[in-house]
Design a protein around this ligand. Structure first.
Ligand SMILES: [Ca+2]
Ligand SMILES: [Ca+2]
Length: 242
């Protein structure tokens, strides 16, 4: 009974934390775990694993956040995962897929991709096109105003503008349809929306650039510290070293 009580209390705290996140968020936290049209329905976001958080790979550090590239970790060296599976690997380490909120941070990733000749990586960028995103006039048109960083639920700059902190617009000027990104090109091919943000390495002869891509594609990934998850694990595991 005592164990059940402890688990119950813990679950309540998790739910309360998630509820607070939802309330604070520009976009809901839970429903993004169940993308529309996914061929694996009922998938959820993973909770952090305290022991993994304290032993998480710290490959490089920028402005107080640790990062790692999956290709540089023995256990993920050859891993290619869909967007949600990649997120969940990161989240178990108190991290999440990378969010590039400044050109400096973006440059770190571009350099990694260039130096290691990586074809593409997943980021935490996501289109708000799931349950909870309906009737949001502030997100219309979605292709311009509907993108956010799911790691922080921070809204991204309109896709047709240079984001604050950048000297240029990192979305590619071209793609499958020879149109600027995001272009939701796969929808025309098989009805799947391109709801996730990947950085592609010259796939369309366009250098290293941001592309909207269907979330089921399997790619290597970069994880970045999640302050939310680190704070959560710190507050529920007194004395833990993170
Ligand atoms: Ca970031
Ligand atoms: Ca695209």
């Amino acid at each position: 009974m005592q164990v059940q009580g402890a688990v119950g209390a813990w679950l309540l705290r998790v739910l309360a934390a998630l509820g607070a996140l939802r309330a604070a968020a520009a976009s809901p936290a839970i429903s993004e775990a169940r993308p529309n049209g996914a061929n694996r329905p009922g998938r959820f976001l993973s909770l952090p694993v305290p022991q993994k958080c304290s032993q998480r790979p710290k490959e490089f550090n920028f402005r107080g956040h640790n990062y790692f590239f999956s290709g540089h970790q023995a256990q993920y060296r050859n891993s290619r995962l869909d967007w949600l599976d990649a997120r969940n690997i990161c989240r178990e380490y108190c991290m999440d897929l990378i969010s590039m909120e400044s050109q400096e941070e973006n440059n770190l990733i571009f350099r990694l991709i260039q130096n290691e000749d990586v074809p593409y990586i997943w980021t935490s960028g996501r289109l708000c096109d799931f349950k909870g995103c309906e009737n949001r006039r502030d997100l219309e048109p979605k292709s311009v105003f509907g993108w956010f960083w799911s790691a922080t639920r921070g809204k991204m700059a309109p896709t047709n503008q240079t984001p604050r902190g950048f000297g240029y617009n990192p979305w590619s000027q071209t793609g499958h349809k020879r149109q600027r990104q995001p272009d939701n090109a796969e929808f025309d091919i098989n009805g799947t929306n391109e709801s996730c943000l990947a950085v592609l390495n010259n796939v369309y002869n366009d250098g290293i650039a941001w592309h909207d891509v269907a979330c089921y594609h399997e790619k290597p990934f970069v994880c970045e510290d999640s302050e939310e998850l680190l704070n959560y694990v710190a507050s529920t595991n007194p004395g833990i070293r993170l």
